[in-house]
Design a protein around this ligand. Structure first.
Ligand SMILES: Nc1ncnc2c1ncn2[C@@H]1O[C@H](COP(=O)(O)OP(=O)(O)O)[C@@H](O)[C@H]1O
Ligand SMILES: [Mg+2]
Length: 226
């Protein structure tokens, strides 16, 4: 479904991705793991069109999307949920969720009730807090809003950047279950995580990134078996 070929990204003179190649098959959960500054976020942002591709190719459903604008990628079914929650703190839960369909071309108003219900089904606590300001929610609830907002664009491929960041272990478990449910319902998921137990527990396959490169499978096995 997604193929990244020899992707190189620079920030100014700094080469951040040194030629990344990876693939995600439909209905898979694939995790990018690796320490700080390895290039996980940049990889996801490049797929979303939010980081500049210097060289290489990003192919989604057989279509070369390397040069497409971020909103065009959203319209093709690619959603990205960043590690920082980036909610509008003064707006309500519902208003924040509504931002998820802002500018989405294929979005049809008549689907709203059904899709918002499916977000509330996944995260029941949000339904009870529909009209509360986002800033009044716990960290975990804010994360649910951010993921819910990404889901409302009706993605086929959901990219989650460090969903566990800053959450309690119990919340990480709950979120892991929600992610597994989404996948069972047909969503393909690419996740960047430093929380190894979450990443390994959820995913079908992992790629280990280090300094902008994907390490070989053998190294991965050594490093993860410590
Ligand atoms: N917007 C940016 N401008 C300059 N450098 C950046 C920017 N974003 C990330 N970097 C650098 O790119 C490298 C990879 O970062 P990142 O993709 O965020 O790694 P990770 O998500 O694995 O922690 C780091 O050295 C980071 O400092
Ligand atoms: Mg990151």
């Amino acid at each position: 479904m997604l193929r990244i070929e020899d992707l190189k990204v620079n920030y100014g003179p700094l080469r951040v991705l040194q030629g990344i190649s990876l693939g995600v098959t439909e209905r898979e959960i694939v995790a990018l793991i690796g320490g700080n500054a390895a290039g996980k976020t940049t990889t996801l942002r490049a797929v979303a069109g939010l980081a500049p591709t210097l060289m290489g190719k990003i192919v989604y459903k057989g279509l070369d999307i390397t040069a497409l604008a971020p909103h065009e990628r959203v319209n093709l079914g690619i959603a990205f949920c960043g590690a920082e929650r980036q909610l509008f703190p003064e707006m309500t839960v519902l208003e924040n969720l509504e931002m998820g369909v802002y500018n989405v071309r294929h979005y049809v108003r008549q689907f709203w009730d059904k899709s918002i219900e499916s977000v509330y089904e996944l995260f029941p606590v949000l339904k009870t807090k529909t009209h509360q300001r986002a800033s009044s929610l716990s960290g975990g609830e804010q994360k649910m809003v951010a993921i819910g907002r990404a889901l409302l664009s009706q993605p086929k491929l959901l990219m989650l950047d460090e969903p566990s960041l800053g959450l309690s272990p119990q919340m990480v478990d709950e979120l892991g279950q929600a992610i597994a449910t989404l996948n069972k319902d047909g969503l393909t998921i690419l996740i960047a995580e430093q929380n190894l137990s979450l990443a390994m527990g959820l995913s079908d396959r992992v790629y280990l990134l280090e300094r902008g490169k994907i390490l070989e499978q053998e190294i991965l096995e050594e490093e993860v078996l410590w």
